[in-house]
Write a protein that binds this ligand. Sequence first.
Ligand code: MG
Length: 156
Amino acid sequence: MAFRIGQGYDVHRLCEGRRLVLCGAEIPFEMGLLGHSDADAAVHALMDAILGALALGDIGKLFPDSDPQYKDSDSMKLLERVIALMSERGFSLGNLDITIVVERPKLSPYIGLMRENLASAFGCDISRVSVKATTEEGLGLAGKGIAAHASVIIES
Ligand code: MG
């Protein structure tokens, strides 16, 4: 069996008048993430991790934000396309681990749903999918944005 590893990172700014969507879960909050698509930073980091493992560049190359067809697009749909690229090359998910860096809101009530959404996109058991959240104790983005780190192992 061959293994490849990938990592991804993304950050989006919080602003008023936008939905907050992370790992495909809509989270009730007074602000949302600003971006060309639905700005799901966690799924963006994950897609970059998979593309990194495949050495296929990044999502900016695949889904340019200058292209109007990706405006407000559902990042889970884009993830399906990245998973298809992985499958076409004979790889499947070993496991993934995402850390979301967020001051507010508290994500713990939504972590289960996020893991289910991702497991269903990959068609894999939920035990392969880890989503965690942490704050930066007010020292980093401090509520101005939400960042996400993703690591994946894919196997053929
Ligand atoms: Mg992004």
